[in-house]
Design a protein around this ligand. Structure first.
Ligand code: ACO
Length: 329
């Protein structure tokens, strides 16, 4: 039957750094508050004139370079994003054009911070069904474009970046992306959303004046659900595959808040050292967090051949999920 494996990973972060000290000049906050409440020290910002498909393109090139295939071997592009360049065309199509590809399916998925987890699961199904051999899954976000830099509740959390993975077919059984657990609950939609700019409240002077094109968030309520759903996702995948928590070498979590990751670690009884954490450098880059962390973990030698790893995330929707991966290239 064969398997779908991660053939290469890549990431790209814009150069401009926004530090906690910079934010102290913009809103009533402090480096001490941000560090102790979130674990974030700095985040990256995409320069004006550039957009999320530019970041996604760079991350994709690195993922392809890190894999055994060439750009022209890509047969499908799945792009996870909530910050597309524009309403349409899709960012998948924009990245396809930038890569110089043509006549292959390219599309976006909107699952916010869980987008890459959903994307890997979609790619796994296409590859295991032997319809496609090499699929590019790319997550790219410019969260700074949805951020209200007068709102201290949200602006300290978010950053820009992109990560990508090439998912390829291997004849080998039981390796690569072994399976996933994905879910959602629309009833929590208003805990995290952008009120205007869609078909319900199109852009008007009023929506701009009321700052309705920026992300709104109920932080404490989200915090609790994040801990609960991320814990549930890891437990569900362990149960599905009849695994013990000791079998997992590394957990690559969404980087929304260090205290969320610590609480998940405590709930699962898996030590924090087994979680890959880079939140201090980049903050929350929505869908891009997991693939950027995965790429850094692999490049830093935190993942070895044969390791069993779990990616896990939650995000707007609300959505959540986890992938179980046997790391073999
Ligand atoms: N600096 C200083 N004080 C602040 C700041 C700030 N940046 N932000 C909030 N405060 C204040 C609040 O006003 C409040 O003051 P009060 O007690 O006088 O009312 C106090 O700090 C405590 O606020 P809480 O909201 O209760 O703080 P909490 O410990 O819950 O931390 C946080 C807030 C960091 C937002 C946390 O709730 C969280 O991380 N939630 C999850 C957020 C998340 O994951 N969002 C996903 C977004 S991205 C996506 O999916 C697209």
């Amino acid at each position: 039957m064969g398997s779908a494996f991660i053939n290469g990973t890549g990431s790209y972060l814009p150069e401009k750094v926004l530090t906690n000290r910079d934010l102290e000049m913009m809103v009533d906050t402090s480096d001490e508050w941000i560090t102790t409440r979130t674990g974030i020290k700095e985040r990256r910002i995409c320069p004006a004139g550039k957009c999320s498909s530019d970041l996604g393109y760079e991350a994709s090139l690195k993922a392809i370079e890190n894999s055994s295939i060439n750009v022209e071997d890509i047969e499908m592009i799945i792009c996870a994003t909530i910050t597309p360049d524009m309403y349409f065309p899709s960012k998948g199509c924009m990245i396809q054009k930038k890569l110089g590809l043509n006549n292959i399916p390219s599309f976006d998925i909107s699952a916010a911070c869980s987008g890459f987890i959903y994307g890997l699961e979609i790619a796994r199904n296409f590859v295991e069904n032997k319809k496609y051999k090499n699929i590019l899954v790319v997550a790219a976000e410019c969260m700074s474009r949805l951020t209200d830099y007068t709102d201290r509740n949200t602006c300290v959390l978010l950053g820009d970046g992109a990560g990508a993975a090439v998912v390829s077919y291997t004849e080998k059984e039981n390796t690569g992306i072994l399976g996933s657990y994905i879910s959602s609950s629309g009833k929590y939609g208003k805990l995290l959303y952008v009120p205007a700019g869609g078909s319900l409240l199109p852009a008007s002077f009023e929506t701009v004046e009321k700052r309705l094109h920026f992300m709104k968030m109920e932080g404490p309520a989200l915090f609790k659900i994040a801990v609960q759903t991320m814990t549930e996702s890891v437990l569900a995948i362990l149960k599905d595959f009849n695994l013990k928590k000791e079998d997992i070498s590394l957990i690559v979590p969404h980087q929304a808040n260090l205290r969320i990751i610590s609480s998940v670690s405590k709930n699962l009884g898996i030590p924090l050292e087994k979680f890959f954490i880079n939140i201090e450098k980049y903050g929350n880059m929505s869908a891009a967090c997991v693939p950027v962390a995965l790429d850094e973990a692999a490049r830093e030698g935190r993942i070895k051949q044969g390791d069993l790893i779990v990616t896990v995330a939650f995000g707007a929707g609300l959505t959540w999920g986890a992938n179980l991966i046997r790391w073999e290239k």
